[in-house]
Design a protein around this ligand. Sequence first.
Ligand SMILES: Cc1cc2nc3c(=O)[nH]c(=O)nc-3n(C[C@H](O)[C@H](O)[C@H](O)COP(=O)(O)O)c2cc1C
Length: 196
Amino acid sequence: MCQDDKSFYDVIAGRRTIRRFKPEPVTRELLERLVDVGRLAPSAANLQPLEFIVVDETGLKAEVFPCLKWAAYIAPAGGPGPGEEPAAYIVTLANTKVREKMFEYDIGAAMENMLLAALAEGVGSCWLLSIDRDKLRAVLGVPEDYRVDSVLALGYPAEEPAAEVMGESCRYWKDADGRLHVPKRALSTVLHLNRF
Ligand SMILES: Cc1cc2nc3c(=O)[nH]c(=O)nc-3n(C[C@H](O)[C@H](O)[C@H](O)COP(=O)(O)O)c2cc1C
């Protein structure tokens, strides 16, 4: 069931990365359901190399936060300010014994499943790859044969970024009111019908 009776299409099209969150918890039950749809995502050769760590413990969240880099184009303006930190994280791991490389497609599918399922419940998210992997591995006790790949930061949105038609630059920006604007290539510039 999607929020506000929006269609599935509208929920997907209206999704924006959220980096500022309300100080409201996301339930453990929802977090586990998100991992469940991550688990059910398409997987090349159905090898299913991915595993997930849910982080919702206050002390541990405070250790994860400094491992993350937010909104590089406008840093430090884009990241969560004090009191706007994520309510929880899902850290996505790839078992390199199951699949040494090319697990990134599986990661993409699992992450998108999880972030859209979160969105349908009104929970915003930011997918982060700019992470201090060594530090995060140590904080979470991840064994060496697992790649610490992506972090999904989650929480109820405290911002409402807007998509804009992209001009010259792909760089997102903040306006005078602090609202984030995200340039997106126009459909006409990416769509080819029948031939290039
Ligand atoms: C693979 C991937 C890695 C990303 N890594 C980061 C990151 O490390 N830090 C961050 O703030 N945002 C990160 N993002 C979010 C992008 O900046 C964001 O998706 C992009 O600006 C477009 O905005 P939108 O998600 O609202 O459409 C990442 C997104 C993807 C797909």
